[in-house]
Design a protein around this ligand. Structure first.
Ligand code: AMP
Length: 421
């Protein structure tokens, strides 16, 4: 059956003007708060060589195994729409030798990601992430600082959250733990789901992350990685928690919180929000000191996170969103051709003074123009009729209390300037 061309594809959506002010509110606050923490914006391409993601995210993950939008371009090269941005940011950092001279590089991005996910509430196939990466430091203080920054953003959006943390060890201590896990898992294998059974061979760590209900009692009984950290990882984890505590940030240690890839080390975290239901993860992040090398770059210590912007917008409290939608300061209503020309030139003059104006080009009766002004929630309506034309004095109506008075253009400019600093 042919697609209806007037429908967007499943898992994608149009963000319409009514909704967009919520997105802009989050994006503007992100730029302001992240700048306070010294993070600068980076914009990488939306598509990259497939291999970058295959290596950077890992072949055994759902993302690479099932969810990538991959195609061949005209030259036969395999291209993928980015399912996440960390690999791209690390690639750009290495490609532009940003490590030269800088001890620590702090970058952030805002943009769309693409994953062919099963349809589910809170999951889209084109969704948006806000993410930050701090490259070039293994200091646990940067981890706590980056978490403080994102919590600051979420608090400014009046969203309630819980911070979940864990340490996944490093190549020094993790292999021993994984071996122990494998041994323990043997006795539970018949009770576990098919994915877990397969992962017990390929990547036992990822079993800890399994969401299947019937697996949970067995996963609960598995040894905790935090009981098997080497001295250095344990020290790092302790220092990380000390920094969180000094910043007054509450946390819960969740030993099942893991990232299955070898290049993830030590700190892993998630921020969840009750308002989201089953898909309650808002932010996921961790330390990925080995990623750059996996991509063929130099050794780079890195720590970062990604937040689901769609999910945050979904739970923004109404009190925060009322009054942020766009509305014209002045709706210029006119009657007759001559007044139309004047309306355009007055709108131009007001815009020149930084005010926002709206002229309805089709004109119509005063009543219909006032109706539209109401719909747009205009703050004022300037009325230009035949009489007013000659006198260069117009009627201005303040919509909030329907007060109406006569005003000249210079007076109007002054009035608007005085109203809003
Ligand atoms: P990840 O890159 O998978 O660690 O995801 C980081 C965050 O991005 C998650 O916690 C979600 O908030 C968000 N996210 C991931 N996948 C989706 C999706 N398909 N739709 C909407 N948000 C998503």
């Amino acid at each position: 059956m042919e697609d209806n061309l007037l429908n967007n594809l499943p898992g994608t959506r149009d963000l319409l003007p009514d909704e967009i002010s919520r997105w802009q509110l989050v994006e503007d606050s992100t730029r302001r708060i992240f700048a306070q923490y010294g993070f600068q914006e980076i914009r990488t391409p939306i598509f990259e060589a497939t291999e970058l993601f295959a290596r950077g995210i890992g072949g055994d993950t759902d993302i690479v195994g099932k969810e990538m939008y991959t195609f061949e371009d005209q030259s036969g090269k395999s291209i993928t729409l980015r399912p996440e941005a960390t690999a791209s940011v690390v690639r750009a950092y290495a490609q532009h030798t940003m490590y030269r001279g800088a001890g620590l590089t702090k970058l952030y991005y805002i943009g769309p990601m693409f994953r062919h996910e099963k349809k589910q509430k809170g999951r889209w196939r084109q969704f948006y992430q806000i993410g930050a990466e701090a490259l070039g430091s293994d200091n646990p203080a940067i981890e706590s600082e980056a978490i403080e920054m994102i919590l600051q953003l979420l608090a400014s959006m009046k969203v309630t959250t819980r911070l979940l943390i864990n340490s996944v060890g490093d190549p020094n201590c993790r292999p021993r733990y994984v071996e122990l896990l494998r041994q323990e898992l043997r006795q539970h294998l018949p009770h576990l789901c098919e994915d877990c059974r397969r992962r017990s061979e390929t990547n036992p760590l990822r079993i800890l992350d399994c969401k299947v209900e019937s697996c949970q009692p067995y996963i609960q009984r598995l040894p905790k990685i935090t009981d098997h950290l080497c001295e250095e990882c344990a020290r790092h984890f302790r220092a990380f928690r000390d920094h969180l505590e000094e910043a007054g940030i509450g946390y819960e240690i969740v030993p099942r919180l893991v990232r299955g890839l070898d290049y993830y080390v030590r700190t892993a975290f998630e921020i969840v929000s009750g308002g989201l239901g089953a898909q309650n993860a808002l932010v996921g992040g961790g330390r990925y000191d080995g990623l750059s090398e996996v991509l063929g770059g130099p050794h780079v210590q890195g720590f970062g996170f990604a937040m689901g912007l769609d999910r945050l917008v979904m739970i923004l409290p109404e009190e925060l969103c009322s009054g942020i939608a766009w509305r014209p300061e002045v709706f210029v209503a006119f009657l007759g051709d001559a007044a139309f020309r004047l309306a355009l030139s007055i709108a131009r003059a007001l815009r020149g003074h930084g005010r926002s104006c709206y002229v309805e080009f089709s004109g119509g009766s005063l009543k219909s123009q006032l109706r539209l002004a109401n719909k747009l929630r205009a703050q004022h309506v300037l009325i230009i009729g035949e009489d007013e034309l000659a006198r260069e004095k117009y009627q201005i109506r303040r919509m909030v209390d329907s007060t109406q008075w006569e005003i000249t253009l210079p007076e109007l400019i002054r009035y608007l300037q005085l109203r809003q600093p």
